[in-house]
Design a protein around this ligand. Structure first.
Ligand SMILES: NC(=O)c1ccc[n+]([C@@H]2O[C@H](COP(=O)([O-])OP(=O)(O)OC[C@H]3O[C@@H](n4cnc5c(N)ncnc54)[C@H](O)[C@@H]3O)[C@@H](O)[C@H]2O)c1
Length: 373
């Protein structure tokens, strides 16, 4: 199948690309290498697949590019590109969440309408639920897809708005959509703003852990391969069409228990500082995976300790390489004695090159067929 993966250079996206290529699909990845975190990490994410003959990377912004370039001829779209992160969604950055989460999704759905897609898979989030009280007999809220969603963060609001758009296009245009609600995904390549990545970083640099709240909040941590499994299945499963499905579970535990596991794995400990719970953070939650099992015949199976071990091994190598790069950069001496005229010429060349690139990009935008926005 010809599959378009948006957010291909990101944490989950790069794993998805690798898996789809392994299955023999032809994959186009789009990513704008958003400034949300380092370009270096995203380039490393893609390193294993970059030279694969069935893979093509398009570096562009889905918010304003001519989508026809990547959607035409595509049979399935796995839409992962987004502005993620609960805490950053308050305040002046909110417009980024509206653009990258809602508007980009709407643009892709509109462009897909005419293309007779076999599947449109949308990456939704457990953040759409908000705080739901545990039911009688439960000590933790177990979230199922029938529950009313009342997001507690602006991020959750934008993810739910986009999920609702996806459902609308399914109802009104019979688009074969699937929305998957991911629960706290972890593993090699995890975003640097996420808790496990930070904990590993602290352990490697002997820094203190900062924990929001008392650390007793339970999460249904989900190993990235288990998420990829559900995504790959939803690309072909007929039973999944039109559905919203939780992808989570397998490893519910408190944040503190996860920290202890990481300390056991690394053989190190760090002091812990507890700060006030952040606005938008959910209390304890678990995923009801009955629907996931019913639709896909599978559920997340990687034990937390095993997944954390793999993330730790990846982090160790990644941080070591990063530290070495920094050390080399610090040693590089600035070049002196360059002829001023040569320098001026080089600067003028660079300026002209940038101007030409801007002009080319502007012209590219003019190829957009009418009615896209
Ligand atoms: N990681 C989790 O725990 C988690 C949980 C729930 C839902 N999700 C959802 O899964 C998806 C992937 O999350 P992730 O953790 O891999 O995030 P990520 O930031 O690592 O990946 C997202 C990628 O999308 C790209 N991108 C963003 N806006 C773009 C645009 N306008 N045009 C082109 N590329 C763009 C970014 O550059 C980035 O590489 C997101 O939709 C997120 O909301 C993630």
């Amino acid at each position: 199948m010809k599959i378009l993966v948006t957010g291909a250079a990101g944490f989950i996206g790069s794993h998805v690309v690798a898996r789809l290529l392994q299955e023999g699909h032809e994959v186009t990845g789009v990513d704008n290498f958003d400034i949300c975190y380092s370009r270096g990490q995203k380039e490393k994410n893609l390193m294993p697949v970059l030279l694969h003959p069935q893979f093509k990377l398009v570096e562009d912004n889905l918010a304003d590019m001519a989508l026809v370039k990547v959607v035409k001829g595509t049979e399935a779209i796995v839409h992962l590109a987004a502005q993620p992160g609960v805490r950053g969604s308050w305040g002046s950055s909110f417009h980024r969440y509206v653009t990258h989460n809602i508007q980009v999704t709407q643009r892709l759905l509109e462009e897909s309408k005419a293309n007779k897609l076999k599947r449109f898979v949308y990456a939704s989030s457990s953040s759409v639920y908000g705080d739901i009280a545990p039911q009688e007999g439960q000590d933790i809220a177990i979230l199922n897809e029938e529950m009313m969603c009342k997001p507690r963060s602006p991020y959750g609001v934008t993810k739910l708005a986009a999920e609702n758009l996806v459902q609308l296009y399914h109802q009104e245009y019979k688009m074969p959509t699937v929305s998957l609600r991911f629960f706290s995904v972890y593993g090699p390549g995890q975003r640097p703003d996420m808790a496990f990545n930070r904990f590993c970083h602290n352990l490697l640099h002997d820094a203190a852990h900062t924990i929001y709240g008392d650390g007793k909040q339970v999460r249904d941590f989900t190993y990235v391969d288990d998420v990829v499994e559900a995504i790959a299945a939803s690309v072909t499963s007929e039973a999944a069409v039109g559905q919203v499905v939780n992808v989570g579970g397998g490893s519910p535990c408190t944040l503190l228990e996860a920290v202890t596991m990481l300390e056991e794995i690394s053989g190190k400990t760090c002091p812990k500082t507890f700060l006030e719970r952040q606005k938008g953070d959910l209390f304890s939650i678990r995923a009801d995976t009955a629907k996931l099992e019913r639709v896909f015949g599978t559920k997340p199976k990687t034990p937390l300790k095993e997944g954390l071990q793999r993330q730790w091994e990846w982090m160790r190598k990644f941080v070591q390489a990063e530290d070495e790069e920094q050390a080399i950069k610090a040693q590089v001496q600035p070049i002196t004695g360059v002829d001023e005229a040569v320098l001026a010429e080089a600067k003028a060349d660079e300026k002209a090159h940038k101007k030409a690139a801007r002009k080319a990009k502007k012209n590219l935008g003019k190829e957009v067929p009418g009615g896209l926005d």
